[in-house]
Each structure stands twice: as structure tokens, then as C-alpha cells.
Design a protein around this ligand. Sequence first.
Ligand code: ADP
Ligand code: MG
Length: 762
Amino acid sequence: PVHRSSEIQEARLKLPVLAEEQVIMEAVKENPAVVICGETGSGKTTQVPQFLYEAGYASGSGIIGITEPRRVAAVSMSQRVAKEMNLSTRVVSYQIRYEGNVTEDTKIKFMTDGVLLKEIQKDFLLQRYSVIIIDEAHERSVYTDILIGLLSRIVPLRNKRGMPMKLLVMSATLRVEDFTENQRLFRTPPPVVKVDARQFPVTIHFNKRTPLEDYTGEAFHKTCKIHRMLPSGGILVFLTGQAEVHSLCRRLRKAFPFRRGHSVTGEDDEADGSEAMRKFKKAKQKKTVSLPRIDLDNYSALPLDEGDEDREAEVREEEEDNDDEGSDLDLGDHPANSVENADPSLPLYVLPLYSLLAPEQQAKVFRSPPPGARLCVVATNVAETSLTIPGIKYVVDCGRVKKRFYDRVTGVSSFKVTWTSQASANQRAGRAGRTEPGHCYRLYSSAVFGDFSLFSEAEITRRPVEDLVLQMKDLNIEKVVNFPFPTSPSAEALVAAEQLLVSLGALKEPPRTGRVQEMERARLSCPITPLGRAMASFPVAPRYAKMLALGKQQDCLPYTIAVVAAMTVREIFEDLDRPAGSEDESQKLTQRRARLTQMKKLWAGQGASLLLGDLMVLLGAVGACEFAGCTPKFCEENGLRYKAMLEIRRLRAQLTNAVNAVCPEVGVFVDPKMTPPTEHQVVCLRQIILAGLGDHLARRVQAEDALDPKWKNGYKTPLMDDPVFIHPNSALFKTLPEFVVYQEIMETTKMYMRGVSAVEAE
Ligand code: ADP
Ligand code: MG
């Protein structure tokens, strides 16, 4: 039996999903698969696992598994459910890529969808589980889609073998036909249980004009106005990425500062009443509508630079701007609207929220703000459906989302900010109506909204799929085209994936028979090779897995593992090219840039190592950082991102284990005092890298082409008409070797190759 505190019990009773407990449990009892739809915040994620637990689904040998597309949700939801149930995190636990607190006693396990996919590889029948819940299915993340496809087969198999298993698919929207009405997926459509959300009305306010560039500035002005003019209630701002989130947080904290030097939580220190009252009166004179008692002594500002690490590639922070045009929040003119003047009498408790934020930081959004301060959460779209922040009354929506785009023909990746879908915009608006009627300020016009697509497309249709294809082949799904995808990737994407895998040696080349039709079919059902199986067991993309599989030669394995770990963690260097906020900062940045340039030169090595280019720099950086004990101080001094270095450390350990599992005889281990590779090993490493990146070859343009200024210092790749370039930050920028291989091409201001290494023409 579960013993919940009365406070928790009371809060649960308010959740709409509780009213449906019986209906849900009946449906689960009667059917192998059930779909549950309910608005964000209706209690699906926190309550449904508890229903199952109390109905005895974890009392035998099987446990309850829940997958989340985001790490944030897996961690924070497991903690929340443990707390609600009064159980230890040994029992309600989580597992994400690098870490977890799962024990032998675990009964409810939250995990990312990628983690469960890996488990299926080890045990196709998932015998540890009696129930799997696929959460946030509406997000249509690639792994979620694949898992549903796989589970549609696993569940009947389990039932046939007398080891019954249940599948629950949970979605925040009603758009579930891709799952329910897909005959290939479920022959009998699973029943759909709808949870009626007690949603309060949300008034939508469109902008008259749509700012095309500076929506962060617009969000700033709107938030300031709401805070100055409107009654109490939390504000939730949607932006597109971490850099934007931090920049807005900084501006808002500057405009509505806290007094520093006290605890952030506001749980200690009684207030100095008279001082607070004086400020409160002053605040009142400013015509603020019913702001609650302001208590200035109970909190302080968060450190300004906290958590700003996992910035996405090449996203620049917005310039500060004082332009107050274009806002049409009809709140009348107010002298206080000259927003850049810091106003400490109206404290705003500003918190950032995005996926990669440290869990302690994330948890802050669930606590009540310090007394007297208004909560303002500046978030990416993690706050759209995965996390429900209590007490939000105002939503400010920039209407955009940042997505990675991938060009299937050229392989060029780019991050682009695009309009979101109508469904997403409505989800965002809905966040304002959880506890009382709310308001949503859309920073775009209703005409622009009308042009949004209705729904966001499934991720699987937008990215390369070689990793998925390899995983499936390893699961003995030979004809991937026939896999019951909720939404299938395009035939070209599947063909491209099989081709790459064949060229990497992971799949057997299709026989060259005479007939075109037969060959076409064969191209889509190449069987996996022993090398492919080894590759599939490594938790990295096939190209990098290939490098690991070859690393045995010449004692190169420790280096290969370190390089692969560094190549697959995004951005190991700090962004020192960012615009500085002040003169002082600008000077510091210049100094640090100089230091990093110097270090990179050192890390790039000498002689033969130089040819390894950026990859040698990565290897040198990892080696040096580990040698120094991987401290925040070392990273800070040398322009490395501490968080990235920690991730590399974890990944090195993980890859080392994976390699030892495949070939125990190599007995590789993580050496924190790794010496630089010998000249001979460098030669070998270059071959290993070429084996993984062989199709990513570029050749410097020849003299005759170079006459065209567009081709100056450009490189030619087989698939593109336009030149690609070596980035000024690359170790090979000055050398410009004739042939290079690259990790990927990223389009920013130009088409730049990332992770460049030289190849010698034989
Ligand atoms: P759904 O999955 O349907 O979106 P959830 O189960 O995530 O709903 O949330 C139900 C309620 O639990 C929400 O009101 C949310 O604010 C609350 N909640 C979730 N996590 C926490 C937490 N860590 N602390 C406090 N309240 C939380
Ligand atoms: Mg949820």
C-alpha cells in the first residue's frame, strides 16, 4: 500500500486523470495496448504509473517502465513520483544515457526512449517489464515512434508466450490516428481513453505586427509590461534556444533586480518588515494592480552565468536594444515603461528552463517563488508539454521553434528557427489556464498564425536514419521498409542509410543480379554482418562505431575512444566569439581567445599529428583536461566547456566498457594520464578516421576554379555545386590541405566543415 501525505493526496484529487482511474485500469486489464489522451498537466505522467503500481503491476517480478523523449522529464518525473508515493528513489528511479539511480528494488523506472531501445537489443522481449508506458507520444520523436513499432510486435509475442505485458501510449493531443488507425501497427485499434482537462479559458492576444528579427526584444518588452501592469500570476515565456533564454533572463533580472547576498530559495531569513513595507508602498504608488506584499529581503539574484553551457551551435545572443516600438499590449502608457531603468521595487523571480539545464536548476520552477516576487520562467519548448509549471497565468509566445534541418542530398545540417505549428502554439497558450483564467500574448499576428502548419511533422521524416536502420538490422528486422513505423521515413532516406551501412561494412552488399526490380528490393534488405553487430552495440552513430571497431590495431583503441567521445559531444570549446556585454567582459574575452588559440596550437601537436587537424586538437584537449583532473578551473582557464568535458569523460567510460564487452581480449581501460599517440599511431588513427568518414571527402579547388571569388579557399565535395570551407577556428585553416575529411557540414554564415582532418593523396 502507498502512504501519501495529506497535502499530496489533496493535490492529486484535483488532477483530471484521477477521475478516469477506473476507466483507464479497466481498459488496461481488457486490452494489450491502450492510448491515453489528456491535456498537459492533467496528471498522466505522474499518476498513471501510480495507478499501475497500486493495481499490482509491479508486485510480481515485472516492473513498470515509462519512457520520455527528454532527459529533463525522466529525471524530474521520477523524483516527483517517488515523493508523491513516499517511496525512495531506489524504488522509483530513472535511467538516462549517462546516469541513473536504478537499483534491484526499482519498481517504477523512468527512462529516455533511447535507453529502452538499447534494452530491447539486449532482451527483445523486455522480460523485466510488466508494463511499458510510452509518454509524450504526440512529440513524435524518432525513438518513441520506433518503440511503438517494436512494442506493437513485442506485446503480442509476450502474451503468446504466457508472459503477459501491457503497453500504454500517452499523448497530450487527440491526434493519435497515426497510432490507432495504422493497420500495420495494431490490427485491432487500441481503445483511446480521453481525460477531460479542467482547463480555464485563455484569452489570446495577437500582435498587430510581427517582428521578423528581434522577437527576444519583443518578448522582453511584453514581459516587462505584464509585470508592471497586470495582477499577480506567473509568466511563462517561450523562446527557441538556450542562448536566447539566458539573454532574456539577464535582461529581466537587470530590469527587476533582487537584492543580492541572500539565499535564493527565500526559505530562511524573516523579512525586515518596515523596509519591505516602505518599498511596497513605493511600488503601489506606481499604480501596479494588486501586487502582493513585496518582501525584498528574502531572496537574491541567481548568479548570472549559471548553467549557460550547452548552447546550441552557433546561436548568437541577441543584442540588447532599447527600442520600445511595436508592442501593442494595450496596457496604456506608463512612465515606468522606460524599461531599461532597473526597478528593484518590483522583484521578478526569473528562472531559465531548457532540456540540458542541470536538474537542481530545473527543479526550481516547481517551487513557489519567494514571497512577494512574481515567477517568470523563460523556457524553450520543453515547457510546452513535458513539464507543467504551477501558477502560470500569462504566456508570452514567440511563435518559433529551433529545429535541426538536414539536407538529404548534400548531408548539410543547420539549425534554423522556424514558425511553430498551430497545435504547438495552442499547447503553449494552454499553459496559462491551468489554475485560473489566463492570457496568452502571441508575438505575431493572427494572419501569420493562420499560415502556420496545423501540426508539427514527425521527426523521423526529417533526419538521416542509418543509426535506426542498423539497430533494426541488429534486431533481425531485415526488411526495414516493412517495419510498422507510425510514420515511415522516405524510401530515399532508407536507401541512403543502407548504402552508407554497406559502405561501412555493417551490411552485406546486395547481390548483383540482372533485374532492376530485384536489385531495388535487395538494396533495401541487406543482411547485417558480424562487424555490423559489433557496431550496433556501441552507443554512437554508425560512422563512429566503425572507428571503434577498427581501433584495436596498433594499440590505438584508447585514442580512438577518446576521439570518438569528443567528436560525438557537441561543442567542446566555449563560445568566446560571443558579443560581450561590457568593456570589461570584452577585454576578458579577448584574453581568453588568445589563450585558447595558443592551447589549440599545443594540442594540435607536431609533425605527423598536425595532419589529424581538428581531431588531434580534440584528442589533445581531452588528454590535457583529464591529466589535470578535469576540473572546472582547468576548463575555465583553457576555454573548454566543463559540462562537455564531463560528458566526454562519461562517454569514454561507457565506450570502453562497450568495446571490452565485444572483444574482451583487448582489455582496454580509461587512462587519465594518456600519453600523446606516437607517430606510428597517428598514421593508424588517420586510417581509422578515414574508414568512418570516407564519404565525407573534400578537395581544395584547383587554381583555375579559384579565379571565381566565391571559390576562394573553397573545397569541392562530390554532392554539392557550391564550395564548402574550413572554419577560421579550425586547426587546418592556415594549412588548407588538398584533401580533407570532415565530420559534418554545418551551414551558418557560410557552409563550414566541422571536425576537419587532412588526407594525403597517395
Ligand atoms: P501530464 O503528464 O498530464 O502533463 P503531470 O503528471 O506531468 O501531467 O503533472 C500533473 C501535476 O503535477 C501538474 O499540476 C504539475 O504542476 C505537478 N507536478 C509535476 N511535477 C512536479 C514537481 N516536480 N513538483 C511539483 N509539482 C509537480
Ligand atoms: Mg506528461
